[in-house]
Design a protein around this ligand. Structure first.
Ligand SMILES: CC(C)(COP(=O)(O)OP(=O)(O)OC[C@H]1O[C@@H](n2cnc3c(N)ncnc32)[C@H](O)[C@@H]1OP(=O)(O)O)[C@@H](O)C(=O)NCCC(=O)NCCS
Length: 334
């Protein structure tokens, strides 16, 4: 494999001896992503890759394509879940705009496919993204390589400076509790059940996903990882007073170095507790805590599957508006 003048080399973000290569690899991803998304892109920082690469629940493989002038002209990343979803391999390929249509993306995909097969994976999936009124820079490549569209998500942004969050009335049956310092120890057991339900109850389109495997220890690991990568987590939960169990949660993450943009992560209300306004009540409680704790935050960003009508209704009522489209592509490996 390989093309004249292009070398494919493995990269790790963890080895100090490779610091320069890892930097160039990440820079290629950012330049490629920004070419489509502008400065408002969501490409990860190198520090965030490093924390992810340390996770015991994932095997991350990174590849760089280097030309004969020793320049990194494309990046690729493969993520293999180790704890559940052993059928799956998630990837991303980015080629510098001026180096596209020369087969580099194809070469990287061949390498990634081989790595996925070697790891026994049978489904390959990748994400593409583009601004709301733009075009998808990866669609033709994905289709040409046998990928089908498996899910469409909207990136929905909320201007949190424009609202004064009123406290919603809680029902007599539930109490909303909020932590501005991540998932509390006393929540962990119930939160693990809710986290696992997130993987079965949120819409997944045509994606070949299985139920995830969560326990308190895995959540502790996530907490450790978010702290290590400089993110503060604000979480609200709903406690069902009759059983004293948590039946819903929502989570915001704020990068402390750049708190202007915060990320809305998972929200779930267990089926049997829906219809009481808990989803909206939790989000309002969390946004109020965010405003108090991080007055610098201007935008809260979230992604919603287009078929997830209940979540989109809650978000639109809060004021979220679509700014970009993200699509999931999938191929089964024979
Ligand atoms: C998608 C991407 C990785 C493709 O990289 P690339 O090196 O240009 O891809 P290749 O040159 O190997 O393309 C192989 C074939 O795919 C098809 N293709 C790729 N890009 C295309 C485009 N923009 N329009 C039409 N067809 C395209 C063509 O059939 C091409 O063969 P051809 O050039 O002989 O016609 C690159 O456009 C990119 O970085 N996009 C932004 C990031 C992204 O969306 N990644 C998605 C994959 S995870």
């Amino acid at each position: 494999m390989g093309r004249m003048g292009i070398r494919i080399v493995p990269v790790t973000t963890l080895d100090p001896a490779q610091a320069e290569l890892a930097q160039a690899w990440n820079e290629a991803t950012i330049v490629s992503t920004a070419a489509t998304m502008g400065e408002d892109h969501d490409a990860r920082s190198l520090a965030s890759h490093r924390v992810r690469e340390e996770s015991p629940n994932w095997d991350h493989r990174y590849l760089a394509a280097i030309d004969d002038e020793a320049r990194v002209v494309a990046s690729a990343a493969l993520a293999l879940p180790l704890r559940d979803n052993l059928q799956l391999a998630l990837f991303r390929i980015d080629v510098l705009p001026e180096r596209r249509r020369h087969g580099i993306g194809t070469t990287l995909l061949e390498h990634l496919t081989q790595l996925a097969r070697d790891a026994g994976r049978t489904s390959l999936a990748a994400e593409t993204a583009y601004p709301k009124d733009g075009t998808d820079p990866g669609e033709a490549f994905a289709r040409r390589n046998g990928f089908d569209l498996a899910q469409t998500n909207h990136r929905n942004d909320l201007d949190v400076t424009a609202y004064a969050w009123e406290k919603r009335s809680e029902t007599a049956e539930y109490a909303i509790e909020t932590s501005t310092d991540d998932t509390l120890d006393e929540w962990l057991l119930d939160r693990a059940i809710l986290q696992q339900r997130m993987s079965t109850d949120a819409p997944i389109g045509e994606l070949d996903l299985e139920e995830e495997d969560w326990d308190a220890e895995r959540l502790r690991g996530e907490r450790q990882a978010s702290r290590k990568s400089g993110r503060r987590v604000i979480e609200s939960v709903a406690r069902h007073l009759a059983t004293d169990h948590l039946v819903a949660f929502t989570q915001l993450q704020v990068p402390t170095a750049e708190p202007e943009l915060a990320y809305q992560h998972d929200t779930i209300v267990l089926r049997e507790h829906r219809g009481h306004g808990l989803g909206a009540a939790l989000k309002v409680a969390n946004l109020r805590a965010l405003r108090a704790e991080f007055p610098q935050t201007r935008t809260v960003r979230t992604w919603n599957a287009v078929e997830n009508a209940p979540m989109i209704a809650v978000n639109e009522a809060l004021g979220h508006r679509t700014t970009a489209i993200e699509r999931e592509w999938q191929k089964r490996l024979a």
